[in-house]
Design a binder for this molecule. Sequence first.
Ligand code: CTP
Ligand code: MG
Length: 242
Amino acid sequence: TPAAGRIEFDNVTFGFPGAETPVINSASFVAEPGKTTAIIGSTGAGKTVLLNLMLRLYDPQQGSVTIDGAPVDKLTRAQLAESISLVPQRPYLFGGTIATNLRFGRTDASDDELWEALRVAQGEDFVREKELGLDEPVSQGGTNVSGGQRQRLSIARALVAKPLVYLFDDSFSALDVATDARLRAALPDATEGATTIIVAQRVSTITEADQILVMEGGEIVGRGTHDELLTDNEVYQEIVRS
Ligand code: CTP
Ligand code: MG
């Protein structure tokens, strides 16, 4: 089982069966424990597929994805799920209660831990307003909570699991700018030591990232800090302007 959560992509190429062009083309990067790696790029650039390759929803045709040096295809899905928490682009809640949804990744979490995760995920207030609090029923698919609330519960669920690696797929763009800022201010303490990978649409979400990968058409066309990319990457400059 992985112990640190260092993710490495080495020359990874992946295409869907039958498609002519790969959706990920020769991608190489390292996401280090204790650091935040951000991924930005236009729609269809391959950001979600890149995250899904870490969880082995797909396996690459070329190259390797490793966690702490071990190829992810040598790990069981259970080992991967224990090490990596994904907050999907379209979060899913199952029928149950807020508490059962939050404990999905770690059933022995205490109520205090759930509240702490909700505080960080900016979901504490709306859960406190519910008559039954943590025991408030959630319908299948989460249809009785708003999209923004679903997002926050899904983020809280990942925090409760305390994984080595957090994958946030566009988890902050549905939040208003102020909530996004509060959440990101609280996140470093809550995820300390973990490998954090954030797919974002707004540049303001990722200016503090240790490393930003700029994706376009399945390729990593730029990498660096916000300041570095502002100086030397045209695609990034274009995203900043738009
Ligand atoms: N794709 C596909 N079949 C899938 C999923 C994705 O053919 N089951 C293709 C998409 O059409 C796209 C490419 O793979 O051309 C990359 O998709 P994705 O990684 O989902 O793009 P994102 O960068 O995540 O785009 P968005 O910002 O819209 O989420
Ligand atoms: Mg996506």
